[in-house]
Ligand binder design. Structure first.
Ligand code: NAD
Length: 485
């Protein structure tokens, strides 16, 4: 291994690396080769307790600092992240298998964007003054306290920052539990934040599987939980958080529709479908995996799609020319390959791909099914792999009803040159994040999140502040108190 992927220790608590080898070992596997590149140990109850205590002890002093001071630390961390982009991107590639071509421009950079944005915003967080005659009310925007972040494995650096940056800007402390599949990158985020001057205890990382997440969520000392994960996990975490009436943000799965009308720019629509199905080997929550293509342009669309997929460079993720890498794990690859078999069995037409690649690592081909119908499993369930389902349609009302006929509501996209139709369709989508003539943009300035079963709350943008702070109203009476007796 040319790069040292073994972290100094498994956890980062109270400003320092902490080890406890009595926890369950978690082997970290490089998806491109299947080799073990590191081992960390799941947090024991003692480690979980240490993390929560350190966060509790440190939080009040952090919240008492001015927003300008807190923001300065986040912005310093942002600069360090940008300076170390190469090393962080290499680590992200080892952790996830995503090509360096992607990680070098998306992962640490979007994490840095969040630190920059919320670092800049920290000083602007204020309450308001409400005049009531000569009396008045003022509101204070206060931190929630100790926030727990639980991550999925597809964007480990980004998720650690998207949750950490707004939480810290608002004066909270965070305990972040990365996915057990990708435990390495969040430790680097913690290291950088502390190098930038973050007080000990404000951003902690503990490793582990669902039980560790569950121990954090159910602890009465925790005030908020932000989960990025699947809908079944979301249900469990939401229910556990409800027991303690904790604040929640749920960023869950999807089966998002992308509608391509017959007047669409075909190259852009094909480009959007590629980005929304095959970037990160299809392991993106907001992917537009149900691609509704107007019958009149369907064959043209499929021809160009197949031609352009032929240009994918599948190979060593560290090679900067590689544009399509392995899946994150053998398990995830087998899930996706299982769906390919279901698609074939249900009678969908396999246009391209569908097989595992004959090489080491967890590679499968970019896969497109056409003639998919709404009732097929591959059109209903989230696959979380490089499997696109193309469905036909002819009429706008018909396609809108079909696009919205799903338990999910994370994202949706439309490709058309008709301006009015584009906005009408966007308004009718039952989804939290919509795209017109583009797909999967996720700038920090814009709210990101789902409706229906895809989630609760929003990440990024000013909207995230509401999910990491609470308002206190203070009534002030200038005249006398009138009591009835
Ligand atoms: P997952 O639901 O299996 O796990 C997510 C996290 O939850 C992991 O860290 C896991 O250890 C933890 N966890 C599991 N059970 C828990 C419990 N009972 N209590 C507390 N924590 C628990 O998801 P995954 O396989 O890691 O990620 C893929 C899923 O994440 C997909 O469904 C995808 O759509 C979704 N996702 C959503 C977004 C978004 O922003 N909406 C982004 C990325 C991924």
């Amino acid at each position: 291994m040319p790069y040292d992927t073994q972290p100094k220790a498994s956890h980062f608590i109270n400003g320092a690396y902490v080890e406890d080898t009595s926890g369950t070992p978690i082997d970290v596997i490089y998806p491109a080769t299947g080799e073990k590149i590191a081992t960390v140990y799941a947090a024991t109850p003692a480690i979980v307790d240490q993390a929560i205590e350190s966060a509790r002890n440190a939080q009040a002093a952090w919240a008492a600092m001015s927003g300008t001071e807190r923001g300065r630390i986040l912005r310093r961390a942002e600069q360090i992240m940008r300076e170390r982009n190469h090393d962080l991107s290499v680590l992200e590639t080892y952790d996830t298998g995503k090509p360096y071509q992607e990680t070098s421009v998306v992962d640490a950079t979007s994490g840095a964007d969040a630190l920059e944005y919320f670092g800049g915003m920290a000083a602007t967080l204020t309450g308001e003054h409400i005049q009531l005659g000569e009396n008045w009310v003022y509101t204070r925007r206060e931190a929630l306290g100790v926030c727990v972040g639980i991550g999925a494995w597809n964007y480990p650096t980004q998720i650690a920052c998207w949750k950490g940056a707004p939480a810290l800007a608002c004066g909270n402390a965070m305990i972040f539990k990365p996915s057990e599949t990708t435990p390495l990158c969040a430790l680097k985020v913690a290291e950088i934040l502390h190098e930038a001057g973050l007080p000990a205890g404000i951003y902690n990382v503990v490793q582990g599987m669902g039980e560790v997440g569950s121990a954090l969520v159910t602890d009465p000392r925790v005030d908020k939980v932000s989960l990025t994960g699947s809908v079944p996990t979301g249900r469990k975490v939401y229910a556990a958080a409800a027991e303690g009436i904790k604040h929640v943000t749920m960023e869950l799965g999807g089966k998002s529709p992308m509608i391509v009308f017959d007047d669409a720019d075909i190259e852009n629509a094909v480009g959007g479908a590629i980005l929304g199905n095959f970037y990160s080997s299809g392991q993106v929550c907001s992917n537009g995996t149900r691609v509704f293509v107007h019958k009149a342009i369907k064959e043209k669309f499929l021809t160009r799609l197949t031609e352009r997929l032929g240009n994918a460079v599948i190979g060593d993720p560290m090679d900067p020319d590689t544009s399509f890498g392995p899946m994150v794990s053998e398990r995830q690859m087998n899930i996706a390959l299982g769906y390919v078999e279901k698609g074939k069995a249900e009678g969908a037409r396999l246009v391209t791909g569908g097989a595992r690649l004959d090489r080491e690592g967890f590679y499968m081909q970019p896969t497109v099914f056409a003639d998919v119908t709404d009732d097929m499993i591959i059109a209903r369930e989230e696959i979380f792999g490089p499997v696109m389902a193309v469905l036909d349609f002819e009429d706008e009302d018909e396609v809108m009803a079909r696009a919205n006929d799903t338990e999910f509501g994370l994202a949706a996209g439309v490709f058309t040159k008709d301006l009015t139709r584009a906005h009408r369709v966007a308004a009718r989508f039952e989804a939290g994040t919509c795209f017109i003539n583009t797909y999967n943009d996720a700038p920090v300035e814009a709210p990101f999140g789902g409706s229906k079963n895809s989630g609760v709350g929003r990440e990024n943008s000013k909207a995230a502040i509401a999910h990491y702070s609470q308002l206190k109203s203070v009534f002030v009476r200038m005249d006398d108190v009138e009591a009835p007796f």
